[in-house]
Write a protein of this length. Structure first.
Lengths: 261, 244
């Protein structure tokens, strides 16, 4: 266990140093996520939330912001995991990782977690914009803080989903723009931008989290069923992801070479 | 001893290794040269020995003990071909700590090994340089330093002379020979460069078209190696690629 933690420590040290030295990726994420949020805001999506949840216009904006926080965190996690796997495959680091004493999946999850914590700085854009245009009261600030916290369990499921996409990187060496498409689809079909209580939406790792947080914000009781569903969906995605990832590694060991670029 | 027994390997429908067998001594110093033209299957053999790739048929045993792939994780370090296997945006020092920690080596031990080997390789001044700022030869040295600090029994180098100038090659040969004696480690070097293997290797394995074409357990001069190589090449009906 001690050795494992040391290995994680060096992963984190190198990641932090690289983040500090090469900030452009973080700046780009900040610009893209903020720009997208501003565009969505001016499309008037918030009014749909206001009427669905019976709150005023400002409340509708906060409900939209809650969904966007969950999506942004999950979307960044998906992008990070996919680009990490494909980048490491390309540079031969992944081969070294496979010869490590420690499980690839565990280390990757720790790195994802650290990356998402660092990524929280990109929220400054959307929170700042919303604060200026809508204005916050004390309850809103608590809701935003809670949303950020509650979006973290969804990383477990998003990690599983990322591993599934990672399989494409391992076997096909390039996933092309599939991640961008997945991020867009998740934004459009879930309850991020439009209120929805359809059951199938809950099979996306962060959807139940959004609903839980919105219920808390409007002062409604949170159904225990929804909380259980949130946990269960994420665990299932994690298991599916790990299973697919193991299968992909086994396939590549048998028929591939890990470095056919 | 690592014992490869009749290994066959296919990449989907293309078979690349045919009944390949090899014994690798791990209890005493040994420098094995895997010699063959480009595309002969050397890298595939290396990846199987490191446990990275599986095989279609055959077996690999390690003293009748544990699972071979698990044994590799604790005992084998691979220094890949080209400029792969390093985090370019990080310093040499951080790379060494990172990859050695991945192998479960104690931090204090890594620290001690870094300074011992960096001194030996005359590389102390490069430890705090980012990998992306190093020349190809310097990157190769950084990779070797990484491999050595992992403190594994078996060190595998895939085409280590590629991209190195004459001085750097001579320097690397000295390093391998001295380290093998000093640390009692097994080195397995894959190369198509006779000049690089000459004078350091004491166990030659010739690989042609995915087959073991010959094996000599002795130190040889370049001309002797070339003679054997040409004979084998004739037996295999020539080859598209040649060695230098």
């Amino acid at each position: 266990m001690k050795q494992y933690l040391k290995a994680v420590k060096w992963e984190v040290i190198l990641d932090l140093k690289e983040y500090a030295r090469y900030r452009m990726g973080l700046v780009m994420d900040f610009v893209v996520f903020t720009g997208m949020f501003i565009a969505i805001y001016y499309f008037g999506v918030n009014s749909g939330f206001a009427s669905f949840y019976h709150v005023d216009e400002a409340g509708g904006s906060i409900l939209m912001l809650i969904g966007y926080i969950f999506w942004q965190n999950s979307s960044a996690a998906l992008g990070y995991l996919s680009s990490t796997i494909s980048g490491e495959m390309e540079r031969g680091i992944f081969e070294m990782r496979l010869q490590s004493k420690f499980s690839v999946e565990g280390i990757l999850f720790c790195r994802l977690l650290i990356s998402c914590i660092i990524h929280v700085v990109t929220y400054i854009g959307i929170l700042g914009f919303c604060g200026l245009v809508v204005g916050y009261d004390g309850r809103d600030v608590v809701a935003i803080f809670l949303s950020i916290l509650l979006s973290f369990p969804a990383l477990v499921g998003m990690y599983g989903m990322g591993l599934v996409f990672g399989c494409v990187n391992i076997i096909e060496k390039s996933a092309g723009s599939i991640i961008f498409v997945a991020q867009t689809v998740l934004l459009l079909i879930t309850n991020t931008l439009s209120p929805s209580r359809d059951m199938w939406v809950n099979f996306v790792p962060f959807s139940c989290g959004i609903e839980i947080m919105r219920n808390i914000y409007i002062g409604e009781n949170v159904s225990p069923k929804l909380v259980i569903m949130y946990v269960l969906v994420n665990v299932i995605w994690l298991l599916v992801g790990c299973l697919c990832f193991r299968k992909a590694l086994k396939y590549e060991r048998a028929y591939g070479s890990f470095d056919s670029y | 001893m690592i014992r490869m027994l009749n290994i066959n390997k296919s990449y989907k429908k293309k078979q690349v290794l045919f009944d390949f067998s090899l014994d690798i001594e791990t209890q005493r110093e040994e420098i094995i040269g895997l010699l063959g033209p480009n595309g002969a299957g050397k890298t595939t053999i290396i990846k199987i020995i490191t446990g990275l790739l599986g095989y279609t048929d055959g077996d690999i045993q390690i003293g009748g003990k544990e699972n071979y792939v698990e044994w590799c994780k604790n005992n084998v370090a691979l220094i890949p071909a080209g400029e792969r296997g390093l985090r370019y945006k990080s310093t040499v020092y951080d790379n060494i700590m990172y990859f050695s920690a991945m192998k479960g080596v104690e931090e204090a031990k890594i620290e001690a090994l870094i300074f011992e080997f960096a001194d030996f390789l005359n590389f102390e001044d490069y430890l705090n340089r980012r990998v992306e700022t190093l020349s190809m030869g310097e990157k190769k040295k950084a990779m070797i330093l990484c491999g050595l600090c992992m403190d594994m029994k078996v060190i595998i180098l895939d085409e280590p002379s590629n991209g190195l100038d004459i001085d750097a090659q001579a320097n690397l040969k000295d390093i391998i020979k001295t380290l093998s004696k000093k640390l009692n480690k097994t080195f397995l070097i894959s190369s198509h460069d006779i000049g690089f293997l000459d004078g350091i290797v004491n166990h030659y394995v010739f690989v042609f078209k995915g087959r073991k074409a010959g094996e000599v357990k002795a130190e040889m001069e370049a001309l002797e190696i070339l003679k054997i190589y040409q004979e084998i090449k004739g037996n295999f009906g020539g080859c598209d690629e040649t060695i230098s």
